[in-house]
Design a protein. Structure first.
Length: 261
């Protein structure tokens, strides 16, 4: 698939998907979503990358939200169509794919852009970033999981404030409430993102995925169910052989190589 709304590059087995429509502040259009889905699935299938960074082209925006021209044409019937389902499919893929994902948030990250970032394994932001779900100002609500993921991440009170007022917050405020994991100076954002990815690369791929899945499951399961799920994922890690390498490296006072062939 030839891409016009994103770019995809791989360096040192770290993939970077850049949303590339800077004149429209990287508005999350249907073609952009389709290209993101294709790019992510290609990365999973090819085995050429260990992790994925998502960021926006240009200094102004990660993504300023949904394509307003598409929004004005949406209908009740259309919201029950497969195209509408695709809007929810992209964040779900980011949340569940084999590779960990990192949102490097530069500039405005609003509406659909924030819904994409919320689904990533982690999020870091540039000092100048502004994050929010302003859909209420257009007479609608977030429609790609924003009300659910934001509440689980920052709590009911802050999510209610952000969603019902529709006002963006600063990167530092986002860090204070746990919406982003760290804030960096704008020029160093991608370098900081690559450093996180290098740390991921030093972990076992199966245990890394299991750790993420166990944490995500804690949001929906009662404690007993969650602990049982954790137990099964722990057993899966034992079966993978990653434990053998980790213990051997620890006893041998060396760094583990979980990704050796």
């Amino acid at each position: 698939m030839a891409y016009s709304k994103i770019s995809l590059k791989i360096e040192d087995r770290i993939a970077t998907i850049t949303l590339t429509d800077p004149e429209r502040r990287n508005a999350m259009s249907l073609p952009m979503r389709e290209e993101c889905l294709d790019g992510l699935r290609t990365l999973e299938d090819s085995g050429e990358a260990d992790c994925v960074i998502l960021t926006g082209d240009g200094p102004k925006a990660f993504s300023a939200g949904a394509d307003i021209n598409e929004l004005k044409d949406r209908s009740v019937a259309g919201e029950l169509s497969s195209k509408a389902a695709l809007r929810r499919e992209l964040p779900r893929l980011l949340e569940t794919m084999r590779l960990p994902t990192l949102a490097c948030i530069n500039g405005y990250c609003l509406g659909a852009g924030l819904e994409i970032a919320l689904a990533c394994t982690m999020r870091i932001a540039a000092r100048s970033a502004r994050l929010g779900l302003p859909e209420i100002n257009l007479g609608v609500i977030p429609g790609s999981g924003g009300t659910q993921r934001l509440t689980r991440m920052v709590g009911l009170g802050k999510a209610m404030e952000m969603i019902t007022l529709g006002e963006p917050i600063t990167a530092d405020d986002a860090h204070a409430i746990g919406l982003v994991n760290a804030v960096h100076e704008d020029a160093g954002l991608l370098d900081a993102g690559r450093e996180i990815c290098r740390k991921w690369q030093a972990k076992g791929p199966l245990s890394l995925m299991a750790a993420r899945d166990a944490v995500l499951a804690s949001q929906d399961a009662d404690l007993t169910t969650g602990i049982e799920y954790e137990r099964k994922l722990f057993a899966l890690c034992l079966a993978s052989g990653e434990r053998d390498e980790g213990v051997s490296a620890f006893l041998g006072k060396r760094k583990p190589d979980f990704r050796k062939t």
